[in-house]
Design a protein around this ligand. Structure first.
Ligand code: TYD
Length: 142
């Protein structure tokens, strides 16, 4: 991971709506409204061991929004020039991650559930899974 810590241009938190009700709260998310892309895919990660490390990749073109539906976890992000970290624990917050951002997820609480909204259907060819390959392209991509 890169050395300096700063807010990255391609990563930010999104405030999601909360419809509060004595029967329970509801958060709607529409593609192109609360998230800046049409949602092509949703996946969620659960039954995560508390010492698990997930992520460890970047995307050439895909954008994603990560929401902690339950529990909490850390998301470390790195655009090749700087790095930052977010602790997700509030289902009213979405973490937008744009293209060319390396992400690593860890420090999962017991029972944490991560939901990811993605701009494209699954395609392994959009992934960087080798950090050095990502870094080489990230620094020459400006
Ligand atoms: P991976 O992207 O490494 O998960 P994470 O970023 O949460 O650590 O994906 C794990 C496996 O699941 C890998 O074999 C690819 C597969 N996969 C799909 O088949 N479809 C999907 O939409 C996703 C996200 C992953």
């Amino acid at each position: 991971m890169s050395e300096s810590t700063e807010r990255l241009g391609q990563v930010h938190l999104i405030d999601l709506p909360q419809i509060h009700d004595p029967r329970g709260d509801l958060t709607p998310i529409e593609g192109g409204r609360q998230v800046p892309f049409e949602i092509a895919r949703v996946y969620y990660v659960y039954n995560v061991p508390v010492d698990a490390h997930r992520g460890g990749h970047a995307h050439r073109a895909f954008q994603e929004v990560i929401v902690a539906l339950s529990g909490s976890f850390r998301v470390a992000v790195d655009d090749g020039f700087g790095r930052d970290e977010y602790w997700l624990r509030d289902p009213r917050k979405g973490l937008y991650i744009g293209r060319m951002v390396w992400r690593e997820l860890d420090s999962f609480s017991q029972g944490a559930v991560s939901m990811v909204l993605a701009s494209h259907r699954y395609d392994e060819s959009d992934y960087y899974r080798e950090y050095n390959e990502f870094l080489r392209d990230a620094v020459s991509d400006t």
